[in-house]
Design a protein around this ligand. Structure first.
Ligand SMILES: [Zn+2]
Length: 424
């Protein structure tokens, strides 16, 4: 299995070695993502799965069950990456799902329920600033208005998907009926150090923290840096500077005071006119606030608003705050969590219950179907980086937990062994 995982990891990543100093760049709805999906389809066909592409370009590889009228047990993740990202974020989940199918087929297992391995399109927000487009479409959560949103080269989502032969107006048809799926499971690298530090094999995720995102616009007055005296300036950058440390300090303090952590980051900044001899007349910063405890996010937001009022008065600028996103946190299905714990204990492996600070496709699937999320460790917690790494051993453990889960959820028999697994 280790050799199989290694070979197919390279195939999905379209490389000969995982040592790629520049990392992996497969943006959503790009040719690179397409090529990786083609590699997935080839592997899935070799495993005897039936391939279907939906209107949003998601790929569903189906293992025909003994009772095709039963809802499918689905497992999946994504193959797109950020710019110069790693080869495991998303890919590890897809690979382990395929590995689980291979392992079960090798055992001679025949599922009662159909089993599906799903690859979702454009999970990362790296290209369009909008994440999980494919899984939103599948779960019926897609807002077709976003079709006009453009990437940094001015190509809209609508245009990007058309280049690949998809029609944006048809994307809502990718929505699946509730009765088509029994449940959904995603495996993902942790993208943090909790599992490594605690030396656990798996993280079983309870809540997924979804962000509040704010755009803070500071209107000052541009002027000559040489001829404008210091007093009387309305420097937008100076006005917003204290906000950056304030956001960080507020989240740090709240996390210390509460059992549930909250994180907040000033992650983008635009300065205008951004010329060395001109006082910044306009600054825009983007702030991302996350916690599984929605009330903590609201406290950070409110503190930011009050701080901005204070900065307006102090620096004679005007500040507008636009709320870009406010998504409540998602809690995953308790029965699925129990099932995963059972699988882990039967294998003699170890787990930790945890929350996810990052969003994943599962948060959309969870709105419609009972869903679960498993983390496997990744080296030093590094992710969205060329040096992102998950060991083959950890991915083999990933295969084992998915295979164990599928057997329990999809029912069916092992033809080559005398004892059959329990029927679902
Ligand atoms: Zn991911």
């Amino acid at each position: 299995m280790l050799k199989w995982l290694e070979d197919h990891l390279l195939q999905l990543n379209l490389v000969d070695t995982m040592n790629q100093p520049e990392g992996f760049t497969r943006l959503g709805y790009s040719n690179e993502e397409n090529q990786s999906i083609a590699a997935f389809e080839k592997i899935a066909k070799e495993l005897g799965l039936e391939i279907k592409r939906d209107q949003a370009g998601n790929v569903i590889a189906r293992w025909i069950g003994a009772s095709e009228d039963l809802p499918a047990v689905a497992v999946g993740s994504h193959l797109d990456t950020v710019v110069s990202g790693g080869g495991y974020d998303g890919t590890a989940g897809v690979l382990c799902a395929l590995g689980a199918v291979k392992q079960l087929k090798d055992e001679g297992y025949q599922p009662t329920h159909p089993i599906e391995v799903i690859v979702f399109r454009s999970e990362e927000s790296a290209r369009f600033g909008i994440s999980t487009i494919g899984s939103k479409a599948m779960a019926g959560l897609l807002d077709l208005q976003i079709g006009s949103v453009k990437d940094s080269s001015g190509i809209s989502i609508r245009e990007a998907v058309a280049t690949l032969g998809f029609n944006w107006d048809e994307f809502s048809k990718a929505e699946r009926k509730k009765e088509e799926l029994k449940c959904f499971l995603e495996l993902h690298i942790e993208q943090g150090t909790v599992l490594e530090e605690n030396q656990k094999d798996y993280g079983i995720v309870d809540g997924v923290a979804c962000p509040i995102r704010l755009k803070v616009k500071v209107f000052g007055l541009a002027g000559h840096t040489g001829t404008s005296p210091m007093n009387g300036r309305r420097d937008a950058l100076v006005a917003v500077a204290p906000l950056i440390s304030y956001v960080s300090e507020t989240a740090t303090k709240l996390s210390e005071e509460n059992s549930t952590p909250v994180v907040a980051t000033v992650s983008t900044m635009e300065v205008k006119p951004n010329a060395i001899n001109v006082i910044p007349g306009y600054v825009e910063v983007g702030i991302d606030i996350r916690s599984v405890e929605d009330s903590l996010k609201k406290i950070v937001e409110q503190s930011i608003r009050e701080k901005c009022n204070e900065l307006e008065r102090l620096y004679h600028v005007s500040i507008e705050i636009e709320k870009l996103v406010d998504n409540p946190s998602v809690f995953l299905d308790e029965r699925i969590q129990k099932q995963l714990k059972k699988v882990v204990s039967e294998m003699g492996s170890s787990y930790l219950m945890m929350n996810s600070g990052a969003g994943h496709d599962v948060m959309n699937m969870a709105k419609k179907w009972p869903s679960g999320l498993i983390f496997i460790p990744c080296k030093d917690g590094l992710s969205h980086h060329p040096a992102e790494h998950a060991s083959l051993e950890d991915m083999r453990l990933g295969v084992n937990i998915i295979a164990g889960f599928l057997k329990k959820e999809a029912g069916g028999l092992n033809e080559k062994s005398t004892s059959g697994s329990s029927r679902a």
